[in-house]
Design a protein around this ligand. Structure first.
Ligand code: PGA
Length: 254
């Protein structure tokens, strides 16, 4: 099978795990460790907690790490107390926006409809939407139905989608010991790719997330454009070695 054409992309979602000091020291170690990595080989993004976005943008201005938000409002401005404006994020120098993470869907009641509006808001403000797609069911047939429904709902109303990242994250593989099996990931990521191509969506990349870590990308690099990391990236040295591993695998596939 031919390797994927999309440039390698590796992202980190810090969720709300780290305090300010931990986040900034992770960032300093990551920026130093990534120093010798070439921007032709990989794109990298970090999603810190919202109150630290500005600090992180300042500290990464001369590095490969782009900064994004873990959540955005569907609205640019107005009477939406407590919401995070995608317009302001873009003005601050944010480049990515995570949309529809499983925790947002389940803990904060985000529906497919809201997610679709947030994708439009990100796109409108030149933030690259990273859209989380993932099934609850462990059974192949119903998983495929769930994933197709989420993909179609996410993109069907979108106009002029400039760039799109899909983070495929089966919900049962988040926060556990092991990622989903490579066989399952490959099957579902191929399905997502076919759906997007059928809907004439261009300029998309697909990441796998859900207990992702070292040793995984090698098994899924034919169907995925990179990894979306959570807990396995908390040690900055492990993070750097995962990035380096992904770069070598991608280069070997070309
Ligand atoms: P995890 O998180 O790698 O810690 O399971 C992944 C995610 O929820 O994006």
């Amino acid at each position: 099978m031919a390797s994927r054409a999309g440039k390698l992309l590796v992202g980190v979602n810090l969720k709300m795990y780290m305090d300010r000091e931990q986040t900034l020291s992770w960032l300093d170690a990551a920026v130093t460790g990534l120093g010798s990595i070439n921007s032709d080989d990989v794109e990298l993004f970090l999603l810190p907690s919202a109150p630290l976005i500005s600090d992180c943008i300042e500290r990464t201005s001369a590095s490969l790490l782009a900064i994004g938000a873990q959540n955005i409002s569907a609205h640019d401005s107005g009477a939406f107390t407590g919401e995070i404006s995608p317009q302001l994020l873009a003005q601050m120098g944010c480049e990515y926006a995570l949309i529809g993470h499983h925790e947002r869907r389940t803990l904060f009641g985000e529906s497919n409809d809201v997610i679709s509006q947030k994708i439009a808001a990100g796109n409108r403000n030149n933030l690259i939407p990273i859209v989380c797609i993932g099934e609850i069911s462990k059974e192949d047939k119903s998983a495929a139905v769930e994933v197709k429904t989420q993909i179609r709902s996410a993109v069907k109303e979108q106009k002029n989608l400039k760039k799109l990242v899909i983070a495929y994250e089966p919900t049962w593989a988040i926060g556990v010991d092991q990622p989903a099996s490579a066989e399952h990931i490959n099957k579902m990521c191929s399905l997502i790719r076919t759906e997007l191509e059928d809907m004439n969506i261009q300029n998309f990349r697909i990441l796998y997330g859900g207990s992702a870590g070292e040793g995984l990308f090698e098994l899924i690099s034919q169907t995925c454009d990179g990894l979306f990391l959570g807990r396995r990236s908390h040690n900055p040295q492990t993070y750097i070695s995962i990035v380096q591993e992904c770069i070598s695998i991608k280069a070997a596939n070309l």
